[in-house]
Design a protein around this ligand. Sequence first.
Ligand code: PBG
Length: 329
Amino acid sequence: MYPLIRNRRLRSSQAIRNLVRETTLTPSDFLVPLFVTEGKGVKKEIPSMPNYFNLSLDLLEKEVKELWKMGLCSVLLFAKVEENLKDNKGTEALNPDGLMQRAIKTIKNACPQMLVMTDVAMDPYSSYGHDGIISDGEILNDESVEVLTEMSLSHAKAGADFVAPSDMMDGRILSIREALEDEGYTNTGIMAYSAKYASAFYGPFRDALDSAPVDIKNVPKDKKTYQMDYANRLEAIRETEQDIDEGADIVMVKPGLCYLDIVRDLKNEIDVPIAVYQVSGEYAMVKAAAEKGWLDHDAVMMEQLTAIKRAGASIIASYFAKDAVKLLG
Ligand code: PBG
């Protein structure tokens, strides 16, 4: 009771604030998303993601060595697929010599200890920009799961440590887990994008991979028939518990900042590590406001990342990983 208790004592100097701080970011919190592209010497800035790049494999090699030196030991890979290789069934995704498969090998050669996770999804390979096969105006579930399962196996064969299905089809975790077990990839993990919302914050990412849904007759140009409605929270718990039952090692909430209530709900309910993906639109907003001089980039970045960890994230997938670690010193 005041004046016996004065809460400001614990805020009165930097030293005491450091001593009582409840949440501390470290380099090992981060999972670094990387975009790979064909070619040599290519480092192409993504227009809606300032200071973030599509990298060819030779430069990917340099990048992962640099990340490792900074204490960033886990990456999440995305491939920018050439337009002429895309089709409705994501055929190119299963090519053992495809860009993703070569990227995995490149990293494992350059930096064997680096933890390599791969995004498992059809949209970068789909001529329609959807995460599933389309037939008669519908995104097919079970047929798409078959492709995602083969894709996961292909990534595991190439050397991925974890596969990260981001599609939101039903039953894909069980199917992938069983296939990995059957083929002897018992140590390959699954990070399930479990509570992935149909979000407008993915825009810049779709620019990066040129993977936005296109106009097709009778098919909605959004992903609302498979990604979750952002108005729902109980559904997030249901989805996540199912993924754990099906064999997910890590579950994910995505996007980040608007969904921290979901992260906390899950933290209270489940006991596997939770990853949070601070997505491209969240990154773009901070960059844009900072460019205008309207926000302090570094301060806002650290506040947001700390909030994600405070909410209950064990893993933060973020385009800010390098910027943040530089500040951590
Ligand atoms: C692919 C995928 C997307 C993201 C990660 N994996 C896009 C989408 O679902 O449309 C978004 C990541 C970001 O915005 O940073 N299924």
